[in-house]
Design a protein around this ligand. Structure first.
Ligand code: ADP
Length: 153
């Protein structure tokens, strides 16, 4: 099964949407195997958003990610990277379709509630960036045979 990273951003913390966001992933059938609150720093955000380093809004998005602590989570499931990324919706909350997290809770490009890894390669790198090895719990969920058919596992 794949593992992927989500970050519940400061805007969602301030708007008290942590439970709402996590509930969506739980209801979908994704397994939570790591969760913590952490204060991000300029250094970790330089790495995390390095693909945006040349953009005019680089410092602004980093500052926005440090306003409050964030919640980082590791979610596990079959095709988890694609599923979780799709559930977040398009970057711009005004364009994201209804039913996605950003479509339902965001009116902004920057203030878009959640980060999700976009590829398996990035998920692995991002999980290693935000979690120590012993903070990921690879336990066997006891509902797997109700979430998946045998041949999907
Ligand atoms: P995503 O988070 O959808 O994978 P990106 O990796 O392109 O998108 O951007 C990272 C984050 O930077 C976005 O989630 C958003 O908060 C912010 N961002 C991206 N593009 C813009 C923009 N044009 N203006 C302001 N903030 C932006």
């Amino acid at each position: 099964m794949e593992k992927t990273l989500i970050i519940i951003k400061p805007g969602a913390i301030q708007r008290e949407l942590i439970g709402e966001v996590l509930t969506r992933f739980e209801r979908k059938g994704l397994q939570l195997c790591g969760i913590k609150m952490m204060q991000l720093t300029d250094e970790i955000l330089d790495e995390h958003y390095s693909h945006l380093a040349q953009r005019s809004f680089f410092q602004r998005i980093k500052d926005g990610m440090m306003i409050t602590p964030v919640i980082v989570c590791c979610l596990k499931g079959v095709d988890a990277v694609h599923i979780v990324h799709t559930m977040a919706g398009k970057t711009n909350g005004r364009e994201a379709i209804q039913g996605t997290i950003r479509g339902d809770f965001s009116m902004s490009v920057q203030e878009n509630i959640i980060h999700t890894s976009d590829t398996l390669e990035n998920a692995e790198a991002e999980l290693a960036r935000f979690f120590k090895k012993d903070e990921i719990f690879d336990f066997k969920a006891n509902n797997l045979h109700f979430v998946y058919a045998n041949d999907e596992l």
